[in-house]
Design a protein around this ligand. Sequence first.
Ligand code: HEC
Length: 189
Amino acid sequence: MKKLLLLIAVPVYLVWASCGEPANYEAVAPDYQHIGDSLIGATFDTLRSALGAAMKDRGAAGAVAFCNEKAYPITATYASQHITIRRVAEKFRNPGNALNNTDALQWNKFVSEKAGGKGIEPILIGENDLIHYYKPILLQPTCTACHGDREKDILPAVLTTIDSLYPDDLATGFSPGDLRGMWKVSFVK
Ligand code: HEC
């Protein structure tokens, strides 16, 4: 009988021990990368379908004006009191998306990872009471209509609209596969 009890007690203890404190801690610690990826995925899908609809209804030049008005509010769709979602870039179109010092450090790492021919790894960085999740944005073929070569890829009417809305635009001359910018999701710890 004693032997039988022991046979039951040991596995029960092992199961109990493995669900003890460390496992509970894991369950409550937020997985910033996982949440960041989901937010970026949802934001990108929302932006892409809004942009696609605007291109269809108003043409590429009209879609530029649409982005000018709506890119910020759409990017903030899934933000909350403790989470902000932004796109930042070295060669920005909207000066509000310029890199700050923390962004620039990460940007330089992404640039050298890309130049080294390895994959670019998204990263979490702590700054005071914030955690930033950075993820690279690579240019896709459809993006060249507004971010490609000024003569070859961008229609004259689109260029006129870009130049009038963004007189200091830096965001042309990209080819598919180029590092265009970074997603930046910031969490209050
Ligand atoms: C119809 C034209 C158009 C297309 C197509 C387009 N963009 Fe843009 N993009 C813009 C405009 C306009 C802005 C500036 C929005 C603003 O004022 O916030 C912008 C801003 C951005 C930014 C923010 C940084 C900055 O430069 O201000 C990124 C990153 C970006 N685009 C990436 C892309 C990618 C990647 C694609 C393809 C998947 C793409 N864009 C397709 C017009 C376009």
